[in-house]
Structure formats: C-alpha cells, structure tokens
Design a protein around this ligand. Structure first.
Ligand code: GLA
Length: 778
C-alpha cells in the first residue's frame, strides 16, 4: 500500500513538475505574455522552401543577430503534398527540422499553416490537383476542400504538434487562414479552420487572425487575437485605431510589416526606402507594438513555385529578394545594418548576437552549352481528345502543354481565337511560327495566313505560376475552353470550333527534360531568321576549381523557360526582365563538373552563361508595358456633366461619395482637381464603385483605358486602384499639373450610385485628393 502511495505521489509530482516546466503564451492586457511576463514579438518572416536547407541555420542566425526574437513562417501545402495523399516533409520540406533550428538558436516561432498563404507562391500554397475537381469551391466549406485541408493539417500536426510552447517547444502562436478579408466574408469557414487547428494542436495553442484594418471585422472571430498587416510608411496609429476602439485591451501586432515588395515579369524592380521601414519599426517598438517583418529574408521561388497576381495576370519573377534587409542570397544589405542599429535600442539589456559567417559569392567563367534536344523533334507520345481540355484534366500540374490539330482549307486570312491560353501560347502552322498570345496582355486572337486543308496547327502553351491572390486563385492552365477559326466570306462570318486534338504533356521535371529524347551537338544548329536557336532542352557543363560558393547565373542571351543545375530546379527565366540572373547557391554545386539544363520555349540567341558575383534583378528589357495613355492622347471632358463633384476629407482611411442620382454607364472617370497638400501629385490606393443598391461591384473585369499621368517607373500605374492591395497605389508622375484624370472600363454597363476611395496609407497622405469630379460614360 505504502509503495503504491509513494508511487502515486511521485507520479503527481512528476506531472506537476512537467506542467510547471511547460510554457505559456497568451494575450494579456495591452501586451502579449510569455510565461506571465510581458513580451513584444519581434519576428522575422522566413520561408523554409525558399532557402536552401544547407543555409537555414545561417539565415536564422542572421535574423537573430538583427535583434529579432521570433521566426514567422508559413507552411506550403502544395510543396508538402505535391500529389494527393503523397506527403513530403523531407529535405527542403522538413519543417520540423527548420523549427528545431529556430529553437536551437533561441528563437520563438509563429506558425502560419494556411491552408492558403498567398505569399506570391503558386496558387497561394494550395495544391494544383484540387482543380481536378472542376467545380471545387476553394477556401470555402466545400466538402472535398475541407476534407483535404483536414488531412493536410493533421499531417502538419504530426510534424509540429509537440513543438508548441505548451510542450515546452518554440511555437508561441498559430495563425488561422490568411487575410481572409481580401477573399470574402465567411465566418463559419474561418471558424472551421480554427477548430481544426485546435483539434490538431491542442486547445492551449494561442490562435490569431491577420487582416487589414479596413476589413478585419468581416471575419474576425470573438475568441481569436486580431492582428493587422500593413506596409512600411503606413500611419501606424491609424492602422490600429479601429482595433483599439473595439478591443482596448488587446495587444497590438502588425503581423506583416512589408519591408519591400515582390517583382513581376515585365515590370520595374520594386524597392522600398529603408528609412520608412526603420521609422515604422522604431515607432512600433517605442509603443510596445509587436511585429513580423515580412520579409526579413525573402529567398527564391525555386522551380515553378512563383505565383502570379490578379486582377489581370501578373506572374511573379523567380527571385523573392523583396528588397528585404537580408538579400536573396543571404547578404546583409544597408537596410539590415540600419535596422540592426535600431533594434539595438530594444534589447532589454541583452546584447545582440554576432553575425554568422557570410558567404562570399564567386564568379564562374563564361561557358558554352554543348547540346540540345529540339522540342518539336522530341515530343512525347500524345493523348488524343475530341475536345480541348485544361492541363489539370490531363493530370498535369506544371510545365508546358502542346495542343495539335489540323486546319480546314483557308483560302484567305482567318482569325484564330484561343479562349483562353494560360499563360503564354505560341502558335505554329506546319511548323512555322505565326505568333504568340500573352495572357498578361489579354491576347486571345491571331490572324493566320491561308493554308492547305489538313495543315498542322500547333499551340504550345506554357503555364506560369497560378494566381495566388483574390478569387482568381482558381486558375486552370493550358487552354481553358476552346479554339476557333473565323473566316469571313461574302459578308458572313463562319466559325469553326476546332476538335480532334493530339495533346503532348511536357511536365516540368528534371526527369522529363533529361529523358526527352535525342540530344545533338549544338554545332549542328544555327540561328533562324528570328536570331534564335531552336526551342528545346539545352545541356551543358561548367567547371569549378576549388570549393564552390554562391554565384548568379546570367541568362541575358536566353529566351523564356526553366533552369536546372545538378538536378536542382533554379527557377524561371524570361528575357524581358527585370530579373536576368538566377541565384545559384554554392551548396548545390560541386568541385569539378556541374551539369546545367535549360528548357527554352522561345529559343536562346546564344547558348552560353557565366556566374556573376552580383545579381541582375532590375534590368527590364521591354518598354514598361503598363502606361495607360498613348503618346499624345488627351481626354476632353468639357461636354460631360459630372455625376458627382465635391471635396474629400484630409487624412487616411476609406471615404465614400454617394451620387445624387444613380447613373448608368460602362466607363467611370475620376477627375482629381487638386490635392490637400497643395502639391501637384494625385494618388489613389484603392477604389470601389457601388451599384444601385450600394454594394461594391466586382472589380474582376475592370480595365484602365486612360490615365493622364502615371509614375510608371515606380509601378504606380492606374490599375493599382483595383489590385486589392492597399499598400500599392496609382500616383501621377511629378511635373504633371492638375487636373488629373483616369478612366475605368467596368466591362459592362452598370447602374452606379457611388464610389469609395482610399488614399495612401502614410500619415502625411501624399497625393490626397481634395476637390474632385466624377463622370459616367457609355
Ligand atoms: C499579404 C499576404 C502575404 C504576401 C503579402 C505581399 O500580406 O498575406 O502572403 O502575399 O501580402 O507580399
């Protein structure tokens, strides 16, 4: 009996000891509490799949040396479950090892397990195979979607559930969904995700939501912590004003403070001033506000993982440098040193740790490629199909797809309509290149020449990243509907819906490219009339003497495609820029011979490369394609009667204009007449048009047809007024006086009753419009 009694006492003591040992993180009055002590989160956002595993610890240590105390990370569902039920938590996907490294280096962890993460990542982190169910409702309580989310969340929990603070691990907080307010209003769905997390990670785990100050209430659940996302320069007091009113005792946290911004193909490289970032962090810390700096180190969208933005289609580049304090290749930038100095003031008596050893990039001598397997003579066995289908319907996730059929006899020119090619299509007749259809420009039609009956039509479609933001994430690849040929004869239009296709799946994988077929010596090929070598898979080697280090492979002479080195997918290249080099981590190189493989769907001008010591991320080789005013074009409004005229209030935040009488029309013209600061700039961060019931019209079909002035070099184009991003904006170029004007095509005629306007987020509100006039036209 006595023995049992002592045993019991020992067990209870053990249990008490264990529970005393375990930690706790929660919201206290006006502050977070870590083991009952006030704690300000200074988090660095890092994404493990974007950093070579070999460098994980070095990057974590760079964040620690900045003065950060936490690492904030998403989980990337599509990296972990590339095919349904095939889970992968190894190598680059070993999230447990990454979190353990954070712990080892004394960093707390904030986990953001999605399921949707945005993050400029393919489909916002959702796996493409969900789209095999065509009718699926993503990020809603669709039974299949929820079943799959639950499986994924359970798989994540198996990796990390014992790493929460309740188990004495480093994970202090877990995020529920991601900025749901910019997707919809659906509290039951958000609550279902919350419940899954509780079930899988335990009831003790501290859960939070992140959203914007303008929409967090739409989905804010009463029992969760609410945090705000905003970019550098934003008016911080204003960002938290509404939350403070609702929940005066809540700890304040900016869950994504954007250090820089991401780049899109064909648009100017983005940067954000260091001083604004530093000032924002300084202000937040001086007020005891927690933050996560998104990104502290952005890294790279290896392989096909870069996403794309919408409205419209704006695919992201391979580099996710983000103009962050730690560059893509792990170098501390001037922003880093400034930030470190500022964070030194907030170390609570502790010393900042020293920086880890830095990696010194090396140059690699120019080298030529040796051989090529031309695409058209090495096509895989086709599938046959009566109707045309999307890539997903052929069970293909990534890469390119070639659709082939025969044409009827065309005695004169005809119009080929591809609705829609996602994302970059090239059209060939009997092997001859006819033209391209670029989804970024909404191109769907090509004039094709007369041809014989039975001429071979090839449409080669390359998928870029699936859209990662807004409702457009349901982004099918390949040809999404149909292909028609329209012939005009005797005043009539004859439309032929093309059928009976051969479909060649060109899956993006190292195995596919190396096994594509016959590689021939490059010496056997010369450039064609277009100055290019054939489309196809190029193979070469380069030598490294001594210990390899990081380098930046130069692709300035190449067309468009994907690159692999020693089997590692390095990412996409595209001659238009702004990115011209790919980051090549030294840890994936060998002393001696290294294999390089490029699949170029346009064809290189010269098949060579070299390793540079510095990246080239800001060389746009096309004219910035976004200006919305043709040379010499003006807008005459003298004959138009405004539907509204007045003055906006000064300051930050949304404002609404109600028209006296609803108006009907397809085009809305906004005419800013002057600015509150008396200067010549006008800016609009976001804008909505209200229908006759006062509801916001969908902005999906909108297009800007005119803007008198745009700061094109800084990507401040007029389409930023409806890009769903409050921190990007339309701004007129300096030197262009008022009045300004901008025309939006709503895509169809609507009854319009008003307009909502959001000025820039900075406290001094640059470009805040004072007097305005609004017109509606048909
Ligand atoms: C939002 C998302 C992030 C990222 C940033 C922009 O805040 O939550 O995942 O997409 O925008 O970089």
């Amino acid at each position: 009996m006595k023995i049992i009694k002592y045993l019991l006492i020992a067990i209870v003591a053990g249990l008490v000891g264990a529970s005393l040992q375990a930690g706790e993180f929660k919201a206290g009055k006006g502050t977070f509490l870590l083991n009952c002590e006030p704690f300000v989160v200074k988090a660095a956002e890092l994404h493990y799949p974007r950093i070579p595993k070999e460098y994980w610890e070095q990057r974590i240590q760079l964040c620690k040396a900045l003065g950060m105390n936490t690492i904030c990370l998403y989980t990337f569902w599509n990296a972990h479950e590339p095919r349904q039920d095939q889970f992968d938590f190894t190598g680059q996907n070993d999230i447990r090892a990454f979190i353990k490294l954070c712990e080892k280096n004394g960093m707390k962890v904030i986990l953001r397990p999605g399921p949707y993460v945005c993050a400029e990542w393919e489909m916002g982190g959702l796996p493409w195979w969900l789209l095999k169910k065509k009718e699926i409702r993503l990020r809603e309580q669709d039974p299949f979607f929820m079943e799959r989310v639950d499986k994924f969340q359970k798989a994540v929990a198996e990796q990390v559930a014992d790493l929460t603070i309740a188990d004495d691990g480093p994970i202090i907080m877990v995020q529920v969904e991601n900025e749901y307010g910019s997707y919809g209003t659906d509290k039951p769905y958000v609550a279902a995700i919350r419940d899954m997390l509780r079930q899988n990670l335990g009831n003790d785990v501290t859960l939070f939501q992140c959203d914007w100050s303008s929409n967090y209430l739409n989905n804010g659940l009463d029992d969760l912590i609410w945090t705000m996302n905003f970019g550098t320069g934003a008016n911080i007091d204003q960002q938290f004003a509404s939350l403070k009113e609702r929940r005066p005792d809540s700890p304040l946290m900016c869950s994504e403070f954007w250090s820089g911004w991401f780049d899109k193909w064909g648009a100017t490289h983005e940067t954000r001033p260091a001083n604004e970032m530093i000032a924002g962090i300084d202000e937040m810390l001086s007020k005891g506000i927690s933050f996560s700096l998104y990104m502290t180190h952005g890294g790279t969208n290896w392989g096909h993982w870069a996403g794309a933005n919408s409205p419209g289609f704006a695919p992201d580049v391979t580099s996710y440098d983000y103009d962050a304090p730690i560059s893509e290749s792990g170098q501390p930038t001037p922003k880093y040193w400034d930030l470190r100095k500022t964070l030194a003031k907030y170390m609570d008596g502790e010393k900042q740790s020293p920086l880890p050893a830095l990696i010194k990039p090396m140059a690699v001598k120019e080298f030529e490629f040796d051989e090529v397997a031309p695409l058209f003579s090495n096509l895989p066995a086709p599938k046959t199909d009566t109707d045309i289908r999307t890539m997903e319907e052929y069970d293909q996730g990534f890469g390119s797809i070639l659709y082939r059929t025969t044409l009827p006899e065309l005695t004169s020119q005809a119009l080929l309509t591809v609705s829609d090619a996602h994302d970059f299509a090239q059209v060939f007749i009997d092997g001859k290149y006819i033209g391209k259809l670029d989804r970024r420009d909404g191109e769907r039609e090509l004039v094709i020449p007369p041809c014989r009956r039975g001429a071979l039509l090839d449409i080669l479609v390359e998928a870029m990243g699936r859209i990662n933001f807004g409702r457009a994430i349901k982004d099918f690849k390949g040809i999404t509907d149909k292909v028609t040929v329209t012939v005009e004869k005797g005043g009539h239009k004859w439309v032929d819906d093309l059928k009976h296709w051969q479909v060649f799946n060109l899956e993006d994988s190292y195995d596919f490219y190396t096994g594509i077929g016959e590689f021939l010596p490059l010496g056997a090929f010369t450039t064609g009339d277009d100055g290019r070598l054939p489309r196809g898979v190029y193979r070469g080697t380069f030598n490294i003497k001594g210990k390899p280090s990081d380098t930046f492979l130069n692709f300035e002479t190449w067309g468009k495609g994907l690159v692999y080195v020693n089997g590692h997918p390095l990412g996409r290249i595209w001659e238009i820029g702004p990115q011209q080099t790919l980051y090549m981590p030294g840890c994936w190189l060998k002393t001696g011979e290294n294999e390089i493989l490029v699949f170029d769907i346009i064809g290189p001008r010269e098949a060579r490369s070299e390793g540079l010591k510095e990246p080239k991320l800001d060389q746009l080789l096309v004219k910035n394609r976004q200006a919305h005013r043709k040379e010499g074009e003006t807008l005459d409004l003298t004959a138009d009667k405004p539907v509204a005229a007045g003055a906006f209030k000064p300051g930050n935040g949304w404002q609404e204009v109600k028209f006296e009488q609803p108006a009907s029309g397809r085009f809305v013209i906004v005419e800013p007449l002057d600015a509150h600061d008396g200067k010549e700039l006008a800016a609009i961060a976001e804008m909505y048009i209200l229908d006759d019931k006062g509801d916001r019209l969908s902005r999906e079909p909108w297009k800007v047809t005119y803007a008198d002035s745009e700061d094109v070099d800084a990507n401040r184009t007029a389409d930023k007024t409806f890009d769903l991003q409050e921190s990007t904006y339309w701004q007129t170029a300096s030197g262009v006086p008022f009045p300004h004007s901008m025309v939006i095509d709503l895509g169809a005629t609507h009854h319009i009753s008003g307009l909502q306007y959001l000025p820039r987020m900075e406290a001094d509100v640059p470009g805040a419009i004072k007097n305005f006039r609004i017109y509606v036209r048909n």
